[in-house]
Design a protein. Structure first.
Length: 202
């Protein structure tokens, strides 16, 4: 099943489903949480699924791979479906740091800094909660980059479109270079702007 190089292709998935339709068979696409309940049993489960004929999860979505001797979750499988504890232990560089600065630059004092670790959904939801704690996110486009200021002694909160921020967070998580071990992705919340930082190889 998982021999040689495997590429993700919507054409291959479409052909697989067409073959199944022609044979009058339903597709067997199981959902597996990588690393649950532990790595050894997770690998045994993947091997059992291979023997049972489930190849869409393993081959077409490339969530697991095999060298002919054993099946192991790929980084994508671990990030998508791994338990938070397993991701933190096996892939600590996938964590993202978020910081709120009291000003408009990284030289400003830090109000709060939080490290988010776990699978992609956990990190995504944690980052969105962090941003919402310090910014107003709405379904309509704000008139200005931040809320209107008045005579209040408390500075106005920045206001952004919810969909734009959600897409920026998702893009940052999807396009990280996880080969960079000591340069984690970062989200910076300033008084009047947001910054999403992915390090890159020079």
């Amino acid at each position: 099943m998982a021999s040689g190089s495997v590429t993700i292709s919507s054409d291959r998935i479409a052909r697989r489903f067409a073959d199944l339709r022609q044979a009058g068979r339903c597709a067997f696409v199981p959902y597996v949480t990588a690393g649950h309940p532990d790595v050894e049993r997770s690998i045994a489960l993947l091997q059992g699924l291979e023997a049972a004929g489930a190849d869409v999860l393993e081959r077409d979505l490339l969530l697991a791979n095999s060298d002919g001797r054993e099946i192991v979750p790929t980084v994508a499988g671990l990030l998508l479906f791994g338990r938070d504890e397993s991701v933190s232990e096996l892939l600590p560089r996938a964590a993202v740091t978020a910081a709120r600065f009291s000003g408009d630059s990284q030289q400003s004092p830090v109000i709060e800094r939080v490290k988010f670790a776990g699978n992609l959904l956990t990190v995504y939801e944690g980052l969105m909660r962090f941003i919402r704690r310090y910014c107003d996110l709405s379904e309509v486009r704000p008139k200005n980059g931040h809320a209107s200021e008045d005579e209040s002694p408390v500075p106005a909160r920045s206001s952004y479109h919810d969909g734009v921020v959600a897409e920026a967070v998702a893009n940052m998580l999807a396009h990280r270079d996880l080969a960079l071990r000591d340069l984690p992705s970062r989200v910076h919340v300033f008084d009047h702007s947001l910054e999403f930082v992915n390090s890159r190889r020079s």
